[in-house]
Ligand binder design. Structure first.
Ligand code: FPP
Length: 260
């Protein structure tokens, strides 16, 4: 009886469950700067400035958590329509951040890449971007992609144009066009598949961000406004990602079987 109640035989050692894999590539729509500032009775650009601290926090978190690639939506192709003063503060901020952070990023093994139509920017800013990209190009701790003057539809159209040009010259045969080849012309060609897309600020939409890349990404929305986003909120998003079952079109049973 006692044996039945208190299993007399030595219990087989319980195996710790394998740690679920974290995301390799995370993208973030950093929304809510303006509302954060307005809540404090300040002008919108105060929120953008405060948002830079959250950028530092997520880069730190990504490095410490084996995230290989972090893509941040800093300025969309549609953001040019904002009041002139706000656009100019944002441009100033990119300049300042490139000046003040480039060495630190390099020291920490971060490779910086800007994705988007950078030709829309001031020539001096473009020169600075290229300089920092060149300086950090051999770093492999983390790829930090800043999406600037970026639009998901632009990315797809841009890839299609390059592909069409190569078909025209005969470098590529139409019959050889497939998803992998198309992907190689997109701005994220060298990066791992997008695993997790986070959007702060309470809206539930993609807003023309990584449209092609979102195909199988897990989406995570939080009401936290970008300047309040920190390592703890990032950790919550990663924990939530880890318990999701990614099926890529298979059934749940097939996935369990394949995972062994
Ligand atoms: C969206 O918030 C945020 C932006 C358009 C800009 C993001 C820029 C930064 C965080 C600053 C620096 C970034 C880098 C990478 C140097 P919003 O203004 O649309 O907020 P709202 O929805 O409350 O109006």
């Amino acid at each position: 009886m006692i044996g039945k109640l208190f299993n007399a035989t030595k219990p087989t050692e319980a195996k710790a469950p394998a740690e679920a894999a974290g995301p390799k590539h995370v993208a973030i729509i950093m929304d809510g700067n303006g509302r954060w500032a307005q809540k404090k009775g300040k002008i919108r650009t105060f929120g953008h400035k405060a948002g830079v601290d959250s950028v530092r926090a997520v880069v730190r978190f990504a490095r410490q958590n084996n995230i290989e690639s972090l893509t941040l939506f800093a300025f969309s192709s549609e953001n040019w329509k904002r009041p002139e003063e706000e656009v100019s503060v944002l441009m100033e901020l990119f300049n300042l951040v490139l000046n003040s952070e480039a060495k630190k990023l390099n020291k920490n093994g971060v490779r910086l890449k800007v994705i988007g139509d950078v030709n829309g920017f001031d020539a001096k800013l473009v020169e600075k971007i290229h300089k920092v990209e060149e300086m950090t190009k051999d770093n492999s701790e983390l790829v930090l992609n800043i999406a600037a003057n970026y639009g998901g539809r632009w990315d797809i159209v841009n890839a299609a144009k390059q592909l069409a040009a190569q078909v025209k010259t005969g470098e590529v045969k139409e019959a050889d066009i497939n998803e992998e080849l198309f992907n190689s012309f997109t701005s994220t060609a060298e990066l791992p598949e997008l695993d997790l897309l986070i959007r702060t600020g309470g809206e539930h939409r993609i807003s023309n961000f990584l449209l092609w890349q979102c195909a199988y990404a897990e989406l995570y929305f939080t009401d936290v406004l970008w300047p309040d986003f920190n390592e703890d909120v990032f950790q919550q998003a990663v924990d939530d990602f880890k318990v999701r079952q990614r099926r890529f079109g298979l059934t749940g049973e097939q996935v369990v079987k394949a995972d062994g």
